[in-house]
Write a new protein. Structure first.
Length: 105
């Protein structure tokens, strides 16, 4: 089970890396960022195929999307100087709490 969650974490990392490359690719006009963006997205989906054979898809997708949203928002704030309102920050922490609850029971 630990291996399954490790694969899920790597899939989340790949999805987040691909998402962070979206603005860098400048609408797919920059070839190298676009290549890595596609590679990360394909890797994320490939890894998810292994995880959904061991865990319910609702748990997998909830965890993948929830932690992905949280991480992208934080990295967007750090790397791209995007703003986060206090309501957004509370919402992000509620997402994390939801992910923890979903995976605990």
């Amino acid at each position: 089970m630990l291996k399954t969650y490790l694969i899920l974490v790597v899939a989340i990392f790949c999805e987040v890396a691909g998402t962070m490359l979206l603005p860098v690719s400048q609408s797919f006009t920059k070839i190298i960022p676009t290549f890595f963006l596609a590679l990360f997205y394909i890797s994320a989906l490939y890894l998810l195929t292994f995880v959904v054979t061991k865990l319910p898809i609702a748990i997998v997708y909830g965890t993948w999307s929830g932690l992905g949203i949280f991480t992208v928002a934080i990295l967007g704030y750090i790397l791209f100087n995007q703003t986060l309102s206090w309501q957004s920050i509370i919402g992000l922490f509620l997402i994390v709490i939801g992910v923890v609850l979903i995976n605990s029971f």
